[in-house]
Design a protein around this ligand. Structure first.
Ligand code: ZN
Length: 114
């Protein structure tokens, strides 16, 4: 159900971009980080049904999935993060700042009649 509310928010945001009722979204580019907790498989699964009758019906979806990356706060080492609670692969410290992987945004909408 988590993914359904995500698709709903994507639809709402897209609708705000549409100014004319003859317009529709041809293509949508999403950025969903691997640490965002959003399951792409579930999202794809409900996408078609959830967007039916909306401005996103039949639009082409492209999803970029940035890898998880963190910088250790103890030794400054930058490392790959498979899961959000992984520790530093160099010194094993759990203290870190997340550099990438938590993204969730619409990068671009391609709208018809423009
Ligand atoms: Zn470290």
């Amino acid at each position: 159900m988590h993914e359904l509310s995500i698709v709903t928010s994507i639809i709402k945001t897209s609708e705000k971009e549409i100014t004319d009722k003859n317009e529709r979204v041809l293509e949508i580019f999403l950025e969903i980080g691997k640490l965002s907790g959003i399951e792409i498989a579930s999202l794809n699964f409900i996408w078609e049904l959830a967007t039916k009758g909306t401005v996103l019906q039949d639009s082409k979806v492209t999803i970029a999935q940035p890898e998880g990356k963190a910088k250790c706060l103890d030794c400054d080492f930058e490392y790959h993060l498979e899961k959000i609670y992984d520790s530093c692969t160099k010194c094993n410290s759990p203290f870190k700042s997340i550099i990438s992987g938590k993204e969730f945004k619409i990068n671009k909408l391609v709208i018809s009649n423009r």
